[in-house]
Design a protein around this ligand. Structure first.
Ligand SMILES: *Cc1c(COP(=O)(O)O)cnc(C)c1O
Length: 392
C-alpha cells in the first residue's frame, strides 16, 4: 500500500503531537497543566444549550441538512454582521455556514489553487492556510510577522515573480499566534494590494469578539471594496464557547461564496440543523456573555503577563485573542524551551516554531485554562525559572 505524496509531505499536526506527549506524561501519573491550546474552558451559555434541547425534538432536524445551511441561519449571520460591524450582507449569496471555520479554511484552496499557484501566507500562522494550499497542489510564500513590523505582513516587498503566480493572500486578525491586531487602514491597504495584483484576500477573524480593555476589533469587510476582493471566515467557536459544536461561516464576495459552496456540496452534507439552531440562538440572543467571558480572560492575561515579565520574557499584554506571545531571552530555542518546561515543570506551552520559521524564539500561552490551574501553572513556572537562572 502506498500513500500519496501529499500525505508523506504532511508535517505532524502540532497539537496532535503535543496531546500525545501530554497523554504519555499523564499515563505515568504526572499532573500536567496545559496552556497550549486555545479552546475555551467556560461552558456554552445556557440559552444556546436550551435551543439545542428543543431543536433535538424537531423531526425535520433528524434529516440531511442543505449544504448552504438554513436560510434563517444565513439571515441571522447577516443581521449579526450588520449590528456588530455595520456590514451589509445578502444572506442568499454572501453568507455560507461552515462545519466550523477550519473546514472552510481547509477547503477553500480547492477554489483557487491549481498546481504551481502560490498563496501568500503569514509566518507564523494557523497551520491550515499552508496545508490547504499544499493539498491543492500549490505553494505557500511566507510573509514574516515580526516585532519590527508590528506582526503585519510587509506587502510592499513581495517579489514580482511571486506576485505573478499568486492567487491568494491569507490574513488573520486578531492574530493567532501573535495576538496582534490590525486596524482599518491596514485592511484598506490590503484591498488595494489585492486589486493591483489580481489576488483574493481570505481574512480569518474568529477572535473579533475576544478583546480586552474596551478594544473593539474591526472586520476586514469594513474596508471599502473588501467584498470585491475577498471573504472573511468567522466562527461561533471562540465567541460563544462553542468549539465542540463545530459551526462557523464564510461571508463576503458572492462568487467566492458560490465556489466554496460548490466544493462543499461535493464533500459534506451540511451542518446538523439542531446545531444551526444553536447558532441562531447565539447570534440573535443576548451578547452579554461575551463581555463576561472577556473579563475572565482579561484577568488571566494580566496574571500571566505579570509573571512572564518577572521571568524575563518580553510580552506585551494582548488587546485581543486568547493568546500571549512571549519572546524568549536570546539563545533559547522555542522547541527546547517548551520540551524542558513540560519535562521538568509539567506545564505545556506551544513552541512558536510550530507556527512557522518566524515563530522561532517565541512561545505561545493560551488563556483558556481554569483559574486555579493558571495559578498553579504560574507557581511552577516561577519555581522552574528560579532554578534555571534564565539569562536576560
Ligand atoms: C480557532 C481558530 C479557527 C477555527 O475555528 P473553528 O471555527 O472552531 O474551526 C480558525 N482560525 C484560527 C486562527 C483559529 O485560531
Amino acid at each position: 500500500m502506498r500513500t500519496s505524496k501529499r500525505i508523506e509531505q504532511l508535517p505532524p499536526y502540532l497539537f496532535v503531537e503535543i496531546s500525545r506527549k501530554i497523554a504519555a506524561k499523564r499515563a505515568r501519573g504526572d499532573d500536567v497543566i496545559s496552556l497550549a491550546i486555545g479552546d475555551p474552558d467556560l461552558p456554552t451559555p445556557r440559552h444556546i444549550l436550551d435551543r439545542l434541547h428543543k431543536a433535538a425534538e424537531v423531526s425535520a432536524n433528524h434529516r440531511y441538512p442543505e449544504t448552504d445551511g438554513l436560510p434563517e441561519l444565513r439571515r441571522a449571520i447577516a443581521r449579526w454582521y450588520q449590528r456588530r460591524f455595520d456590514v451589509v450582507l445578502d444572506p442568499d449569496t454572501e453568507v455560507l455556514p461552515l462545519i466550523g471555520s477550519k473546514e472552510g479554511i481547509g477547503h477553500i484552496a480547492l477554489c483557487f489553487i491549481d498546481p504551481g499557484d502560490v498563496a501568500l501566507v503569514p509566518d507564523p500562522a494557523y497551520p491550515v492556510y499552508a496545508i490547504g494550499t499544499m493539498f491543492a497542489g500549490g505553494e505557500s510564500y511566507p510573509l514574516p510577522l515580526t516585532d519590527e513590523n508590528g506582526f503585519l505582513p510587509d506587502l510592499d516587498h513581495v517579489p514580482e515573480s511571486v506576485l505573478r503566480r499568486a492567487k491568494l493572500l491569507w490574513l488573520n486578525y486578531p492574530n493567532n499566534p501573535t495576538a496582534a491586531v490590525a486596524d482599518l487602514p491596514f485592511f484598506q491597504r490590503a484591498v488595494e494590494f489585492a486589486r493591483r495584483h489580481d489576488l483574493a484576500i481570505l481574512h480569518d477573524g474568529p477572535y473579533s469578539e475576544v478583546a480586552f480593555d474596551g478594544y473593539r476589533p474591526v472586520s476586514f469587510l469594513q474596508a471599502a471594496g473588501a467584498k470585491d476582493v475577498g471573504l472573511e471566515f468567522h466562527s461561533l467557536s471562540k465567541t460563544y464557547n462553542m468549539t465542540g459544536w463545530r459551526i462557523g461561516m464564510a461571508v463576503g464576495n458572492a462568487r467566492l461564496i458560490n465556489a466554496l459552496m460548490r466544493v462543499k456540496s461535493n464533500l459534506d452534507s451540511g451542518i446538523p440543523q439542531a446545531i444551526q439552531e444553536m447558532a441562531i440562538a447565539a447570534l440573535d440572543g443576548s451578547q452579554d456573555c461575551i463581555e463576561e467571558h472577556n473579563k475572565v480572560y482579561q484577568r488571566r492575561r494580566d496574571r500571566l503577563c505579570a509573571v512572564l515579565q518577572e521571568m524575563g520574557l518580553r510580552v506585551r499584554p494582548p488587546k485581543a485573542s486568547l493568546y500571549i506571545w512571549a519572546r524568549l531571552p536570546d539563545g533559547y530555542k522555542s522547541g527546547d524551551f517548551a520540551a524542558r518546561l513540560l519535562e521538568e515543570a509539567n506545564v505545556v506551552v506551544t513552541p512558536g516554531r510550530g507556527y512557522g520559521p518566524a515563530g522561532e524564539g517565541y512561545i505561545r500561552l493560551s488563556i483558556t485554562t481554569p483559574d486555579e490551574q493558571v495559578d498553579e501553572a504560574l507557581r511552577r513556572l516561577q519555581a522552574w525559572i528560579g532554578k534555571q537562572g534564565l539569562k536576560r
